[in-house]
Design a protein around this ligand. Structure first.
Ligand code: PLP
Length: 483
């Protein structure tokens, strides 16, 4: 690595990206003519024998790669959930990747490990979690790459806690509980840690509970399992479900979890960011009864991919499930000292310096700046919801939570059998226009369109344009009678 070349080529990349962000609004959000296998036809079969200059590579990125991308940072991206990039997130990522240290044990990079401890404590306070998740309160946090990873780690901790009590063959009797709105990662995680697939319970939710987990339904399933000799192991609660943004009643879930000796994990992957605003804090009421909580700053917190905060009330539970102690990692210079070795808080050994990125975001925007950012998106989503409601041809299917609006064309008459097909056509037409990208969900057998506001470059005018686009395409697909 030659420092002069490093600086010059990095500047070229930054100029390229500056241009990308200047232009991204003008690109179709999804590639209009993408076909499977297209890129392979554009690139050589083998790597070059001799390296190319960076400008030549960037030119290929511009010609071949960018036109085939879905532009997640487009201000007209309203699909899935947002995956924020920001100037500070990028600066932090550059510092992290530029320094390229690997804090798997404290000694491998002391300040990187310690910054992670500081930053997860800051985030813990910001989102209003109880002190028991702070290092000073006996708990602690770690930065993973994804919620999926965080969930597997907590499932492993819960499993080992139960195995040490019940003996090794108890794994076949252990049961994991989730709602029909919980993220699929819980089911995958349960499989990975050895829970028999038939012991994963999916509790149905309904409009009556706002698609949150109803405790009565949960308890009757748990009671039946206990009566048949099974062992309740782990309960998944969600603040802001993926499809609808629904919120489970954390306190009540915590009480049930305590009663049956289950581990409670609260997944706030998306909506966790909103908890920095006091008006959303009641969503996490009862968190002191949880064993672990996670949220993704890489979604709606201006932190470039990837970054997931996981807090646990008892780090020892996590580390006893995940620790390994090969001789080559033993620090000889700090024997006896109490340090955090983050390799024991995750699956992989090597890990990036994610704390730098989140720390730069928090330093650069501050808590007030982040609250304003979240509220701006919520206001835009409120506007969109109000506007949909005011148009008798459309309906809001589930009341907005956070910055997610779920809507559809209303059935045109009692028993309209085509309404789902029409909404599907509408979504396809909206996305094919390249002027916006939204995704769908199915709730109570209804096909609904999700408008997830939260892009770092999204402004009110983009949300207004998206609504105009929806109306225009609804006419084109023949779904709307005249105004
Ligand atoms: N949980 C919820 C509620 C989500 O919405 C998502 C992704 O959208 C996930 C978990 C998965 O997160 P990750 O991709 O970080 O594993």
């Amino acid at each position: 690595l030659d420092p002069e070349t490093f600086a010059a080529e990095s500047r070229s990349v930054i100029d390229f990206l500056g241009g990308y962000y200047r232009d991204v609004e003008s690109y179709p959000v999804r590639p209009p003519d993408a076909e499977p296998g297209r890129l392979r036809t554009l690139l050589p079969d083998a790597p070059p024998e001799h390296g190319d200059p960076v400008d030549v590579i960037l030119e290929d990125v511009r010609r071949h790669i960018v036109p085939g991308l879905t532009h997640w940072q487009s201000p007209n991206f309203f699909a899935y959930y947002p995956m924020n990039a920001s100037t500070a997130g990028f600066a932090g990522e550059m510092l992290s990747t530029g320094l390229n240290v690997v804090p798997f044990v404290w000694a491998a990079s002391p300040a990187a490990t310690e910054l992670e401890g500081v930053v997860v404590d800051w985030m813990c306070k910001l989102v209003g979690l109880p002190d028991r998740f702070l290092f000073s309160g006996g708990g602690g946090g770690v930065l993973h790459g994804s919620t999926c990873e965080a969930v597997v780690c907590t499932l492993a901790a819960a499993r080992d806690r139960a195995l040490s009590r019940l003996g090794h063959d108890a794994i076949l009797r252990m049961v994991v509980y989730a709602s029909d709105q919980s993220h699929s990662t819980f089911q995958k995680g349960a499989r990975i840690i050895g829970i028999p697939p038939s012991n994963f319970r999916v509790i149905p939710t309904s409009a009556a509970s706002g698609y949150g987990l109803a405790v009565d339904s949960l308890c009757s399933v748990v009671d039946a399992d206990v009566a048949s000799g099974l062992v309740p192991l782990y309960l998944c609660g969600t603040v802001g479900t993926t499809g609808l943004g629904a919120v489970d009643p954390v306190r009540q879930l915590g009480e049930v979890a305590r009663r049956y000796g289950m581990w409670l994990h609260v997944d706030a992957a998306y909506a966790g960011s909103s908890l920095i605003c006091p008006e959303f804090r009641d969503c996490i009421d009862g968190a002191e009864l949880a064993d672990s909580v996670s949220m993704n700053p890489h979604k709606w917190f201006l932190t470039n991919m990837d970054c997931c905060c996981l807090w646990v009330a008892s780090p020892a539970m996590l580390t006893s499930a995940l620790s390994s102690n090969p001789e080559y990692l033993n620090g000889v210079s700090q024997e006896g000292a109490e340090v955090v070795d983050y390799k024991d808080w995750q699956i992989a050994l090597s890990r990036p310096f994610r704390a730098m990125k989140l720390w730069v975001v928090l330093r650069r925007y501050g808590a007030a700046g982040m609250r304003a950012y979240i509220r701006r998106h919520v206001e835009m989503a409120e506007w969109f919801e109000r506007t949909v409601r005011a148009d008798r041809r459309f309906e809001v299917v589930v009341p907005r939570r956070f910055s997610l609006v779920t809507f559809r064309l209303r059935p045109r008459y009692e028993g309209d059998q085509e309404v789902d097909a029409l909404n599907r056509k509408l979504l396809v037409a909206v996305n094919a226009s390249g002027r916006a990208f939204m995704t769908h969900f199915v709730v109570d057998s209804k096909f609904v369109i999700r408008m997830a506001v939260g892009g770092a470059m999204t402004q009110m005018r983009h949300v207004r344009d998206a609504w105009e686009l929806v109306k225009e395409k609804a006419k084109e697909v023949g779904a709307l009678p005249s105004d």
